[in-house]
Design a protein around this ligand. Sequence first.
Ligand code: ZN
Length: 674
Amino acid sequence: MSVVFSACNQKPAEESRQDDFNFLVEQFADLKIMRYKVPEFENLTLKQKELVYYLSQAALAGRDILFDQNYKYNLAVRRTLENIVEHYPGDRESEDFRNFMVYTKRVWFSNGIHHHYSKDKFFPAVSREYFEKLIRETAGGSFPMREGQSPDEFISEIMPVIFDPAVAPKAVSQEAGKDLLLNSACNFYEGVTEKEAEEFYKKLKSDAVKQGADTLLSFGLNSKLVKRDGVVTEEVYRLGGLYSKAIEKIVFWLQKAAGVAENDLQKAVIESLIRYYETGDLKVWDEYNVLWVQDLDSHIDFVNGFIENYGDPLGLKATWESVVNFKDLEATKRAQLISENAQWFEDHSPVEARFRKKEVKGVSAKVITAAQLGGDCYPATPIGINLPNADWIRKEHGSKSVTIENITYAYDQASLGNGMIEEFAGSDEEIALAKAYGSLASNLHTDLHECLGHGSGQLLPGTVGDELKNYGSPLEEARADLFALYYIADPKLMELGLYDNEGVYKAEYNSYIRNGLMTQLTRIEPGKTIEQAHMRCRQLIAAWSYELGKESNVIEKVVKENKTYVKVNDHPALRKIFGEMLAEIQRIKSEGDYEAGRNLIEKYAVQVDQELHREVLERFSKLNIAPYGGFINPVFVPVTENGKIVDVKVEYPDNYTGQMMDYSKNQSFLPTYN
Ligand code: ZN
């Protein structure tokens, strides 16, 4: 519901910001690996450094959980690959072995065998025979065999998982008309149909109503739903439950962190998270979130838990993730200015009055420096976070909204001069606008999306928030994006001193439309439709506004020398259209109008113009840019004297394979099959 991924990785950086740190480390398949810096870490107090160190360890300890959540064979595949990486004695310079390594790196990147973004299974570019030879000739180490399994049995179990296109083709299926659970490889349900799962949670909720219990809990968030002997039941992620071995380690490091908390509130936050991991009780999870939202003064903050539900086709179950961070004080001033005026923005929003919040509460905003990424935030990471996800907590206690500026900075730096903007922008003027204002415009967009967009609006009485089902995520993102797009052009922003040239909002409109109608297609394989929520959101907005403005030529498709460009002709008119769209999407959310939401998504956000797609891919391939990026983490090294930590140093490794192998050796706590 609330993670903002980089709109696309072609944002131009200002020349003046060029930095001599090596941000781009390597590139393979459709991925690039970068590094990020942690400025100001040296200036933290010793206690704060220790806190970052302990939280970082807690951020790494849950990595195995995510692998297993994504697909039940992911840990088996990863361990098979790693045993070969470590112990294969044969030729490592051959093309085959290099291709094997590319596959291995992709599995690490995606936390499994399905593409992290498209959720499609990907395959090694080597033959089955070669792969089998690697397994058979690897000496030493051990493969993740089941008890009593012979090498032949192991090979015949693991090979189809890796090579057979019919086995687990999609991690998350959103294909309308098919059973979403039976067609998804993700490991949140076992032997349970979509209907059974829906009935299970419907009953859970109605039981809660009957018993007068808490009905606002995020039912199903932290469990696997399984059918055993005909009975559907939940296996909860907790100490002593599912994923216990990894949770033990997370709790161990959180306890250390609680010991050096900056203040009592932060200590209480960490302790309630520990209680949640111990019990798996969703009531404690809510208590933790309420405390966490209130902790605004601590310099250091973190996310750690089962949080986002993009990995579950039903949008109930959350994948494990963590981000450790501290405040970027300078940049926070910009975001605060926006959130201090939240009520003004809400009151003037183009949505119907009854769908607006009378009182916008605690939309706290800050810009942060990420210090460590874990689970579903590693290596691919969001550039903004807005939590918690529970609607009732957001409404009653507010939410925390952050922009991760050292990550966007690293993206900018790594993509300097990659030629993307020159290829796809339709005029010199558009290129100049993008170069001059692109960076500021996209930071402002993220601030508005996170600080205001997600927190705006209200549900009508009787609407709970899950009515939109699998269309809920893209519609929610569209609502936040439209709020940002509408207001980035508002004179209020100039009045507040956030920018002083209309070129800023025009640059944002140009790049949003260009991305939504064209350049984001670089992330889609030929013949495929769009499934990812943020991508659906962006195409929905771009394609729908194109159609709404067609008569007056607000957005124009231009063909020059056989190349297609999309050109925004009338920026003020486009703003008006964004306002109308925002009003409609807010209505859909407030009323829980599933039909209307589905129609919009299916009409505008899913299908791809095949011819345009071919053209975009062809032009893009000539630029040789990886469409997705992820990051190597910095390493925090405690310096000890007589067993006491006296300092923590930060190091910036630049070996992706090295970091992955290190994590698998030192941060891996789960059995192969859970
Ligand atoms: Zn969002």
